[in-house]
Design a protein around this ligand. Sequence first.
Ligand SMILES: NC(=O)c1ccc[n+]([C@@H]2O[C@H](COP(=O)([O-])OP(=O)(O)OC[C@H]3O[C@@H](n4cnc5c(N)ncnc54)[C@H](OP(=O)(O)O)[C@@H]3O)[C@@H](O)[C@H]2O)c1
Length: 104
Amino acid sequence: MRIGVIGAGSMGRILAHHIGKLGHHVSIANSRGPESLTVLAAEIGATPLSVFDAAKAGEMVILAIPTKAVTDLPRELFANVADGVVVIDIGNYHPELRDGRIDC
Ligand SMILES: NC(=O)c1ccc[n+]([C@@H]2O[C@H](COP(=O)([O-])OP(=O)(O)OC[C@H]3O[C@@H](n4cnc5c(N)ncnc54)[C@H](OP(=O)(O)O)[C@@H]3O)[C@@H](O)[C@H]2O)c1
């Protein structure tokens, strides 16, 4: 399976690593661009991509970024993603720990 992981912090890198070890093709992205992921990607056997490309790189896309950062993602991020792609957001909202108050 092709799986895109957006977020390369504590959770994203662990998920990408383990998913890759299971034999899936994993792409990974962060906020700073694929160049910043060259070393990590080589270590965990993933392909470094931009956020846009990672969103289109998989039959499944995993969002592994802080909840407060979701609104920073491009609004059209999933506009051209194929039908049937599964998007999983693993974020937990932590208002006191990291996210602050997010108004609806
Ligand atoms: N479901 C679970 O079991 C579970 C367990 C633990 C944590 N979580 C949740 O998982 C989420 C991530 O936690 P974490 O500890 O992995 O966070 P983290 O270590 O702070 O890493 C956050 C990652 O998100 C990236 N990011 C932030 N804003 C972005 C944006 N606009 N576009 C693209 N990438 C962006 C960061 O990119 P840079 O590296 O470029 O800054 C970084 O790679 C949180 O919501 C946390 O609560 C879930």
